[in-house]
Structure formats: C-alpha cells, structure tokens
Design a protein around this ligand. Structure first.
Ligand SMILES: [Fe+2]
Length: 430
C-alpha cells in the first residue's frame, strides 16, 4: 500500500526544492543553454511537471493532463553524442513559451497531481500503476533532475546566478594518503528484487520502487581486487593534467598561471583534497597512467556493500539510513568536500566516499540485467541507452537526493561527457 500523505509530502518537497533551484538563476538567463548538449533552462522548468503528468496522470491513471501542447513540448530531454548532432529533439529551433506560461502550467499541474496522489483510485491492473509505479516514477524523476539542474547551473557564469544562503566550503582537509585495500574474492548482489504478492505479504522486499534497469537481482562472483581507499583528489590529478595527458577537467580553470576550482558561486584556488570531477574517458586514462583501471560495476558493489563475513549491507556503513554524517549527499552543499571527510561512511573494508562526494565511474557499459522489462510508466527510460555508448556510475554526489541512495540505483553517461559530479577511484586485479 502506498502511504498517500507521505507521497504528497515528498511531491511538495520536490517542488519546493525545484523552485529554489530555479530561483538561483537570474531571470535573464532563463533561455540560456549552459550545456550545448542539453536543452535550455526553460525546458527543465516545464519538463518536471510535464513528465509527472505523463508518467502518473496519463500513463498511470489514464486521465488527461492540463495542457497537451505544453506536455508534448516538455516531454523529453536530449543526449546527443556531439554538439553538431542535429536531431529532431535537439531543441535548436524550438520556440519556447514565456516564463509566466511555464509557471502557470506548473501550478495547474501541481494541483492536479497532488489531488491525484491523495485521492485518485490507483488501479493496479494498469501496467503503469502496478505497485504505484507511475507515482514513484514521477517522484524520483524530479529528484534526479535536481542534480541535472545543479550541474548545469555549475556551467553558468557566476554573474547569472544568485547565492541564496551561505554554505561554508570545507577546503582544508588533509590530503589523504595513497593507500589501497585488497578485497578478497566473493559474491556481489546487483539489482533489486521485484516485489511479488508473496514478498509483499512477508515484507521481504527491500525497496518500494526501482527503475527498470535495477531488475532483476542477481549474484555475481567477483575475483579478488585491490582498490584505492580514497577517491583521486585534485592534487593527485594535477600532474596528469600538467603533463599534457588530458585537457583540464571542466571544473578547473587556469588564471595567471594558477589553477582554480570553478565553484557554483565563485572560483576557489584549486582545493587539493577535493575529488577531481572528470569524464569517464579521462578517468580511464588516469587509471591507466598508474597501471590500473576503474572498478567494474560488480566490484563497486563488493567494495561498497560487501563485508568480510560475506553478508551484504544496504549502505557502505551498514544499515542506518543515509544522513549527512555518512556522506556528502542530499544537497549538503554546492561543491565537494575533502576526500575522506566523512569517515563514518566508510565501507566494511575501510574504503571512503563510495556513496557521496561525487559519483564513481565504473568500467561497465550500461546494459540490462537478466530479466529486464521496460517499465510501463516510462518505457524509454533505460532501453534507449543500452547502446554501448554509456557507462555506469554508482554512488551519489552532493546533489543526489537521499531518496535515490540505494545499492541498486544506477546512473549512466557518455564517456566524453565532462559536466557531471563524477570522480575517479583506481583498482587492479589482485
Ligand atoms: Fe527527464
């Protein structure tokens, strides 16, 4: 059974946070396109309510929305391979509506959606509403896009943003040492159990919702490997850049011969102990320069959730829910913290920051698990990206909502996409 009041409260919390994120932008920047590979800002303010209408109201409940024209216009984002890739959905020729119209659409959508969450019959015989799928699809989609918004805002010039409250930076962490730890061979569970009626009755299922790419749960034997205790820091990465092996990360800039971190609201002298946020390509190249490689997705699970006793736990630190003492996530601040600054979140092997302070690139291509079935409320969510062109990221960043933190959650991007909050950790087969 869905707790409707809790779901409505989550929806309201999502909407309040989204509004606060759009309030960070100077109004004149509303039609700007901070990332050429993505739609302009206006799209996202319409997309969030439009998507909730499509997933919950149209597909889930079989009811009409509030404005079919706007719902169509704002239905889907884009992910072209390069900036020259003209696609019908590229948005380059789209005439976007005035902001007042987008905001009024959002208000009408919120009223319809909130009423539906509280009062509409949830017909579980509709595939998009099984186990309230369309509801969770809408809720988690908005939470996920809040991270999209923030990494996009990171690209905007500081003069086009306004800082709402001061969140102090954590700049002065000690540089962590270069320790590695050996994780012995063992089994790792990937994915989540799909809930059946029997599981429901016994309360066995670990999560109330998962995206289609999280199913089915399966176990893999992982050979022994060794892995960095800490993520690669800016100080670790700097010589690699200065030797000319790669372009500087998108989060770095150089002025008058000095390196700076391009922070959300100001540039900071490059904090040496912060994790380097880099593309998958550059992460892979960095690891190779050390004679090492990235973790596979299965190795990440083993490192994060496995234990010496063979049990697996829902979080690296154990079973307690994600709070900010355990990791840098859930909108704790606008930028990273020093590697190793949340030791209470270390895994059973003593590995730090596996969940938090930036996603972790893996060497695994994004691919379906055995038993994959596209979800009825959002059939295009994963299937379009099983193309051999996207790699799995695991964990969480400062901009990942706590509701999304679970072992089976998977994120994916193209290897050359440099804008996400994603860090590097190197590993080697033992
Ligand atoms: Fe979306």
């Amino acid at each position: 059974m869905v707790h409707r009041e809790a779901a409505a409260e989550w929806y309201a919390r999502n909407r309040t946070r989204s509004r606060a994120l759009f309030d960070l932008i100077e109004p004149e920047a509303y039609y700007a396109r901070p990332i050429a590979l993505r739609n302009p800002i206006v799209f996202y303010e319409g997309h969030l309510p439009a998507f909730s209408i499509i997933a919950l109201i149209n597909r889930g409940l079989g009811r009409p929305g509030v404005d079919p024209r706007l719902e169509q216009l704002f239905a889907r984002g884009i992910d072209p391979e390069s900036e020259d890739d003209a696609t019908p959905r590229s948005g380059a020729d789209t005439r976007w509506p005035p902001r007042d119209e987008v905001l009024a659409f959002g208000v009408a959508a919120d009223a319809l959606i909130t009423d539906a969450i509280l009062h509409a019959p949830f017909d579980e015989s509709r595939p998009a509403m099984r186990r309230a799928e369309g509801l969770f699809t809408a809720l988690e989609h908005e939470a996920m896009h809040q991270e999209t918004l923030l990494y996009m805002w990171h690209r905007l010039p500081h003069g086009r943003k306004r800082r709402p409250v001061y969140l102090p930076y954590e700049l002065n962490g000690d540089l962590p040492g270069h320790a590695t730890v050996k994780v012995p061979a063992g089994a790792a569970t990937l994915g989540a159990l799909r809930r059946g009626p029997a599981d429901l009755a016994q309360g066995k299922h670990p999560i109330p919702f998962g995206w289609d790419n999280e199913f089915e749960a399966h176990s893999l034997d992982v050979p022994a490997f060794d892995v960095d205790v800490h993520s690669v820091t800016n100080a670790d990465y700097l010589p690699f850049v200065e030797a000319g092996h790669v372009e500087p990360p998108a989060f770095w800039l150089r002025e008058d011969g000095r390196w700076f971190w391009r922070g959300m609201f100001e540039n900071l002298p490059l904090p040496p102990a912060w994790p380097a946020y880099v593309s998958h390509e550059d992460a892979t190249a960095f690891a190779a320069s050390k004679g090492r490689r990235l973790l596979t997705e299965a190795e990440f699970h083993r490192a994060a959730y496995g234990t010496p006793s063979g049990d697996e736990r829902p979080f690296p630190w154990g079973t307690a829910g994600p709070d900010r003492t355990r990791g840098h996530f859930d909108f704790a601040s606008w930028d990273p913290v020093p590697a190793g600054a949340r030791p209470a979140g270390a895994s059973a092997w003593g590995i730090h920051d596996l969940v938090g302070n930036g996603w972790e690139w893996t060497s695994s291509l994004f691919a379906p698990f055995p038993g994959f079935v596209p979800m009825a409320s959002y059939p295009e969510y994963s299937a379009e990206f099983f193309d051999g062109q996207h790699y799995v990221m695991k964990g969480a960043s400062s901009a990942t909502a706590k509701e999304l933190i679970r072992p089976s959650f998977r994120n994916w991007f193209r290897p050359n996409y440099p804008y996400v909050y994603a860090k590097v950790r190197t590993a080697a087969s033992a």
